[in-house]
Design a protein around this ligand. Structure first.
Ligand SMILES: [Fe+2]
Ligand SMILES: [Fe+2]
Length: 336
């Protein structure tokens, strides 16, 4: 049996050819994944694979748009026109990332309205990192360096994810995340080399964002519910702990170059492992924030719901415009 992927052909059985049985379809799917081929929207895929992707892509898309809030908080107070322009471009990029990811999720048959409804009603989550507040201007730098940095570490392997539309969206997103990470680093460097007060502000922001950034990789491997299956499907390529270690190893020398310290007395180079050892993560805090009791959970979701309601006129106007150009008019429009 041939895969019809990529050729734009339907998967439905042709009359007289007999319906392919699920086991045969599954064998084709498994072989494609094993051969590192991409699964495309029209390919047959197991329901659980589709559900896992929708859940992951939705959570990713939600994180992109909720993540706009803590940084947008500083747009009006950016210390210079240059900083303001950079920050506005970054926040706008995050909206674009949300757009690519909602569109990629739509290829699996799940509409954006449905996903946003699940976000607004709390049935789908977003990354818990965005439930922490941005207290000073230096937080914009710490988010760029650490939060976007952790996102890149997580997302670069997703460029090779088995699902084609997700993998392709990630290639573009990762390029933009690299710019975000660099601007955060550069901002912190300027503060670190500035006055004593600026240096202290940068250090304080790093102290507050370091541990939550490590939590972004998710629970330890032995407690991660979805990891093994996602690895088998090649949605995920590396485990949570592997990625977390990679991130720590990248950040330690960068912190030294910044002239800042990381708030972990147990952080030491382990010659034998060839990696940095680090102290225990407060998983109780992680679970608490995930359960909705973080410092800004209510604020974030309230603002998101309000933005959605206030944007309803834009959606209506866009739909009317699309109808007009498709030649199909409602009665009211035809009479006007
Ligand atoms: Fe992003
Ligand atoms: Fe970003």
């Amino acid at each position: 049996m041939q895969r019809t992927s990529g050729a734009g052909q339907d998967q439905a059985p042709r009359p007289g050819s007999g319906a392919p049985d699920t086991a045969a379809l599954e064998a084709v799917f498994d072989a494609a994944v094993a051969a590192d081929e991409r699964i495309e929207p029209r390919d047959w895929m197991p329901d659980a694979y589709r559900r896992t992707l929708v859940r992951q892509m939705a959570q990713h898309a939600h994180s992109e748009i909720i993540g706009m809030q803590p940084e947008a908080n500083w747009i009006t107070r950016a210390p210079s026109l240059r900083r303001k322009a950079i920050l506005m471009a970054k926040v706008q990029d995050e909206a674009g990332h949300g757009l690519y990811l909602y569109s990629a999720a739509e290829t699996l048959g799940t509409g954006r309205d449905e996903l946003l409804d699940k976000l607004h009603s709390g049935r789908q989550k977003y990354s818990s990192i965005f439930n922490y507040p941005t207290l000073t201007w230096a937080d914009v730098g710490a988010i760029g360096w650490l939060v976007d940095g952790a996102a890149i570490t997580n997302q670069v392997p997703l460029c090779r994810c088995s699902y084609g539309p997700y993998a392709r969206a990630m290639i573009r997103i990762c390029k933009e995340e690299s710019f975000h990470q660099r601007q955060g680093y550069e901002l912190l460097l300027a503060l670190s080399r500035g006055t004593e007060a600026q240096h202290a502000m940068a250090q304080d922001a790093v102290n507050r964002w370091w541990w939550p950034s490590l939590m972004m990789f998710g629970p330890p491997d032995d407690e991660s519910a979805h990891s093994a299956q996602s690895m088998a499907w090649k949605i995920k390529r590396h485990s949570n702990d592997e990625l977390r270690q990679r991130f720590v190893d990248i950040c330690v020398p960068q912190a030294e170059s910044l002239g800042l310290t990381l708030p972990d007395p147990e952080l030491t180079w382990n010659e034998e492992r060839g990696h940095y050892d680090f102290g225990p993560i407060d998983w109780a805090e992680f679970r608490q924030v995930l359960a909705g009791q973080g410092p800004c959970n209510d604020q974030r979701i309230t603002q998101r719901r309000r933005a959605h309601e206030e944007g309803s006129w834009v959606r209506e106007a866009a739909a009317a415009h699309a109808r007009k150009h498709s030649g199909v008019r409602t009665e009211g429009e035809a009479a006007a």
